[in-house]
Design a protein around this ligand. Structure first.
Ligand code: BES
Ligand code: MG
Ligand code: ZN
Length: 476
């Protein structure tokens, strides 16, 4: 694991063991080592014109530093905080700048090594020292960045774990492990309790496997728990709901080969909301937050739910399962109904819900759907500043008609099997289960489930949208 340290001193004052990263305004592809007299090692890296570097450019630049250090087998790297005060990013403030730098150093350094039996190289990047970190705001940003990135990387470890190892039961254990030392109460409900709650939709998804279906509940009462029939506004929690499908075969509507192998990541929404509440607790936010993760394996077996089955959700609405691979919305539906007991101030659900979201947006942004225009605007802006980009799709009443089932109250895909607007269809299905009059946003993170080369991250989980959730919680 990469150690990130700071020093109030300048780049030229660090020990000789550090390779000093010197930024130039040459094009971003210009990199070279310079060994000066006295054994000082410098790595000169082009960043492009400094006046052009915005928040997006800064994140890419910082990740590029780690990539360069890794590829040149640099073990100790020194970078200069003061040089990174580009005009377009200083407007966000010193704390944001320091946090962003630390986050992206740590995210880029992350590697998933759980299943590697041999170390690839002894010469790993061990430490980055950030020079010229002096002010208390910068130091505050550094410690925020360390907290945020540490939980993001833990969430990536959980997500990257195979479906065989990370069963719903193991996910529950991992959630409790993640909350160790934090003021978060974590409870895991099993099938017996879920039956009592009448969560027929969640249970149907998991019925095809001997892995027991669970509901993971994490509560953080940073503003003090409200009690009684009506909870005062300031104590109403924000409820985060994350899809926790630990492996998605598609069920009896089995996925084609080539589309299944990375479906252990189908619980990334779940790991994200758990990491977000952990960060909130670690940072001591004075907010109430609840995370709900309905978790199940969508398996193929003679016990599996069939296409054409009708199940009764906790809300009482019956659901015709027209497609067993549209299971994410089914597990989220019961969690949305369960959230009512908290009288939430707002609900955010996070799910790797549809391949159609990749068709709509490519792989650079997650899709958001909400009827709350204010919330939509806030999230798009926080996406830009945090790095977890999101972009809106509509949630209009017009879309509801396609889900009107002939045999039950609602079907889990369009009754005419149209694949048009697949992401909106998913969001629309969820809207039937969203508690009335509570601001709610659905985030379809399927586009950001797997990293792509331009991310400059390890292959696999991106850990998105944890930075966005944390930024939202901080300002909520
Ligand atoms: N987990 C998938 C969505 C997904 C696909 C995430 C690709 C990341 C990459 C989800 O459960 C699913 O299979 N959705 C179906 C919905 C369809 C049957 C309406 C899909 O996208 O094809
Ligand atoms: Mg089962
Ligand atoms: Zn599916």
């Amino acid at each position: 694991m990469l150690k990130i340290t700071t020093s109030p001193k300048g780049l030229s004052d660090v020990q000789l063991k550090y390779c000093r990263l010197v930024l130039t305004e040459e094009s971003a592809s210009t990199h070279r080592f310079v060994e000066t007299k006295d054994g000082v090692l410098e790595y000169r890296m082009g960043a492009g014109k400094w006046k052009d570097i915005d928040a997006r450019g800064l994140r890419t630049l910082v990740r590029g530093m780690i990539q360069a250090a890794k590829s040149h087998k640099v073990e100790f790297l020194a970078i200069d905080f003061s040089i990174l005060h580009f005009p377009k990013v200083t407007t966000h403030g010193e704390e944001w700048l320091a946090s962003t730098i630390v986050e992206n150093l740590a995210l880029a350094a992350y590697e998933f090594t759980k299943y590697k039996t041999k170390q690839e190289s002894k010469k790993n990047l061990k430490e980055v020292i950030i020079c010229n970190v002096d002010s208390s705001t910068a130091k505050k940003g550094v410690s925020r960045g360390l907290v945020v990135s540490s939980y993001i990387n833990q969430a990536r470890d959980i997500a990257n774990t195979t479906g065989g190892d990370l069963t719903p039961t193991a996910f529950g254990t991992a959630a409790k492990e993640l909350m160790k030392g934090l003021k978060v109460q974590t409870t895991v409900l099993g099938e017996k309790e879920l039956k009592k709650l009448k969560m027929g939709s969640l249970l149907a998804v998991g019925q095809g496997t001997k892995s027991e279906t669970k509901l993971i509940i994490a509560e953080y009462w940073g503003a003090g728990k409200g009690t009684g029939k009506s909870i005062p506004k300031a104590k109403q929690p924000i409820v985060l709901i994350g899809k926790g499908i630990t492996y998605d075969t598609g069920g009896l509507n089995v996925k084609p080969s080539g589309s299944m192998h990375d479906m252990h990541l189908d619980m990334s929404g779940g790991s994200s909301v758990l990491a977000a509440i952990a960060v909130a607790a670690k940072l001591g936010l004075k907010k109430n937050i609840v995370a709900l993760v309905p978790t199940a394996e969508n398996a193929v077996s003679d016990d599996a739910m069939r296409a054409g089955d009708i199940v009764t959700s906790m809300s009482g609405q019956t659901i015709e399962v027209l497609h067993t691979d549209a299971e994410g919305r089914m597990v989220l539906a019961d969690a949305m109904t369960y959230s009512e007991r908290y009288q939430p101030k707002a609900i955010i659900d996070v799910a790797t819900l549809t391949g159609a979201a990749l068709v709509a947006l490519g792989q650079h942004a997650s899709a958001i759907m909400t009827k709350d225009a204010e919330l939509s605007k806030t999230l798009v802006e926080l996406g830009e500043t945090s790095g977890d980009l999101v972009w809106p799709l509509p949630l209009w009443e017009e879309y509801k008609a396609s889900l009107k089932s002939h045999r039950a109250d609602i079907s889990n895909i369009a009754t005419n099997f149209s694949r048009f607007g697949g992401s909106i269809e998913g969001g629309t299905f969820l809207s039937f289960f969203a508690p009335k009059d509570v601001p709610w946003v659905h985030i379809d993170i399927a586009p950001r489930m797997d990293s792509i080369p331009s991310d400059k991250l390890a292959k696999g989980s991106t850990g998105e949208p944890i930075r966005l959730l944390v930024s939202y919680l901080e300002q909520a």
